[in-house]
Design a protein around this ligand. Sequence first.
Ligand code: S3P
Ligand code: PEP
Length: 424
Amino acid sequence: MISFEKIRGLNGEITVPSDKSMTHRAFIFGAMAKGKTVVKSPLLSRDTIATKDALVACGVDYELKDGDMIINSKGYDSFLEPDNVINCENSGTTARLLTGLFAPQSKYFFMTGDNSLRKRPMKRVIDPLSNLGAVIHSRRGFLPLMIQPSSMKGGIIEAKVKSAQVKSAVILAGLQIDEPVTYIEKDQTRDHTEQMLKYFGVNLDINNGVIEVNKKYQLKSTEFTVPGDFSSAAFFIGAALMFENSEVVIKNVGLNKTRTGLLKILNEMGAKIDVLVTKEGDEPIGDISIKFSSLNGGVIRGEIIPNIIDEIPLLGALGLFAKSPIEIRDAEELRVKESDRIKSIVYNLRVVGAEVEEYEDGFKVYPMKKVNDKGVLKSFDDHRIAMINILLSKRFGNFDIDSIESIDVSFPDFLERLKQIEIS
Ligand SMILES: O=C(O)C1=C[C@@H](OP(=O)(O)O)[C@@H](O)[C@H](O)C1
Ligand SMILES: C=C(OP(=O)(O)O)C(=O)O
């Protein structure tokens, strides 16, 4: 059990850890490319280390030097067959992307994960990869799974779920297959795989949600710098809007437009947010400034949902402080994250005293009327829920949290960085 003193606000300039999604991909692409790749300022957290360790098991060399990851690889045609089970730990991105990477390898791979990951669906990647000829056995669509040698062929895959991980798994397989592989998604999901492949010398044909991997590609080794993680920055953006007297600048954040929907939503709700782009390009970077502002509520649904998927629980917490309810719909994907994030956020907002309605695909949070005297917030072993609980605990001062250990998945030094800008 842990509790925090109440704070009054946040003030100052801060940076956030490097992007988790981009670090996973940089580690994977660096392993696929022949030669030496330098990944500058990667995120070193439980999730990204799981990806690196899996690739070390395939014979790829990773060396950390002054905070940069130096990858030496003979290329994906020379991966070794791991002689043990690969543990993807807590990381859905590791499990889904590596299933796509390994499926065409004509080797045996055994994969598992921690208690949370073993409950998360893998059928969503097994089915499309099997349609391309992969042979994958799983425990009823969940980890553990086994990939068996097969001969994969081209094909057209239509997205059944709004998931960048599924899209990326199909692309990673497609890059190793001689025949064309096409992936069609109706709702745009984060496109780091497509954008970052350009840095590794691969330009995919992309048109209106149709992504074509036309042939087998070899990746070129390169140098890639990972910017700050927008989803981690979101906690400071949210905090600045939860604590009056706040004024925060978050430096060097990745601003890929398939990730920053939260800014658009908050702007529409009346938040004072400015963005200064410091580097244009396929993966733009910039500084985000936020001043405390009171928000109007609203209904959020439709195609923006995949863009804000990891920030939705935080939006729920902001609903407590808005002038009218915040309602989220079309977000059923939240139910299969590290925890059932609809259940988790609804539970915690009720602990602090909020009126909340739960729906199969979302929730509705009413503005806070009366704060409960005390209670225990639960993190459900979910890093993003744990960080929201820390903010709620510091905002109200009278709630304990059962555990915050899970934050090492994406933001190991969250408390230390928050402390740098706290006004007590
Ligand atoms: O591709 C990625 O790096 C991710 C995609 C999203 O998951 P889904 O693909 O399951 O939506 C997101 O929630 C996760 O944090 C990271
Ligand atoms: C859902 C998340 O990650 P993953 O799916 O990689 O476990 C997340 O970081 O919020």
